[in-house]
Write a protein of this length. Sequence first.
Length: 468
Amino acid sequence: MDQLPIWLSLRERSVLVVGGGEKAAAKIRMALAAGAAVTLVAPRLGPEAAELARAQRVRHLDREFADADVSGHAIVYGATGVEAVDQAVAAAARTQRVLVNVVDRPALSDFSMPAIIDRSPVVVGVSTGGAVPALAAAVRARIEAALPARLGRLAAFAESFRSAIRAKVTDSTARLRFWQRVVSGPVAEQVLSGAEARAHAAVLQSLNAAGVGHVSGTVHLVGAGPGNPELLTLRAARLLQSADVIVYDRLVGEDVLGLARRDAERIFVGKEPTRHPVSQDEINALLVERACAGLNVVRLKGGDPFIFGRGGEEADHLRAQGIDVEVVPGITAALACAAASGVPLTHRDHAMEVTFVTGHGREDGAEPDWAGLARSRHTLVVYMGVGRAGEIAAKLVVHGLGSSTPVAIVHNGTLPTQRIVAATVGTLGDAIAEHGVTNPAVFIIGEVARSAQTDAPRVKTLVRAVAG
């Protein structure tokens, strides 16, 4: 470690900035954000520096730099870009033992400025010691994307309970466990999602309960998307990393599960169209049991939990049991497979509406309205229809849809094993059999699917890009 990372309090202290350009303005902004009073020395100011110089806590000296200007400041920034002036600033600061940073000149600097992720009071700095600032910025961008926007609110929320928790939970080990539950469990997720009132009530209830330290669990119904882990939402990825228990379906792949905590309990409850080894009632009971134990539960479903995923049934059951539920949407198969195959679901010339329908049907024999769905200028996307492909096609034709209507069959959409089979409504059943298509697959039916037949080179390129 070439440099020691420290966090320096500048509140009500004085900072000197020498220079009037954009880089000087950036240093002024940071110093003001940290609560410092700024002295600015420059005979000429750019537009941004001039605007900042009018701030209440900025004193502008309209002249060239003098060595005596360094005296009395906590830190000094040299930001003129003029070699002789910046060297003079560095020499004067070191003579007077004041820490100095000269922009883009590590050799003249006592400290470097990190790339900053500000979620105050949580602040993260990334530094390469001035060697490659662009690399620090790239790393910052990745961390920025991973950190919740409301992380600062979580820190402030937790701080508001410090005295109460210390007074109520006297054992240091128990107190540490309690804090861990507050900052990384269901309470934290409530704060991060904006439900601070619920989080506040949960902590108070836990502190006032006979068994201090228990925080009620939450179930997150999370959409895992079509299987490609890069298509997860940021929130879904973060919940996987903080979950105590992950209850997942058959269509959730190992690449997605690989984002979870290593010590999280994983429970497989996958179903197939004609095989349900774990019943829905058993799944509901399992979710309630784990949540009542105070665990942070992620119910992970392929695609979107509210599109043919029984997410609505599970949410209703959990809420009826008094369990907090949050739904995190995912990219559903229709959208993902259409994009990956280059098929637009709507098009001004071919389709003014789109319908998602399940080909599986209910146990009581209830069916989609095939007569209403067999219409022109309409895109129909069929989920879970592989086993009934020929029957579905026949019903659509009987109700008036032309047998020559194009169909794009997308198998394992967005995954490296993705296949696109071009067919028509009349040949759908035969195409499924000929190409050995199995679940998961969707059928995109309508004139928009013709692009999967006529634009194959572009589609193949897109498949490689998505899969790679």
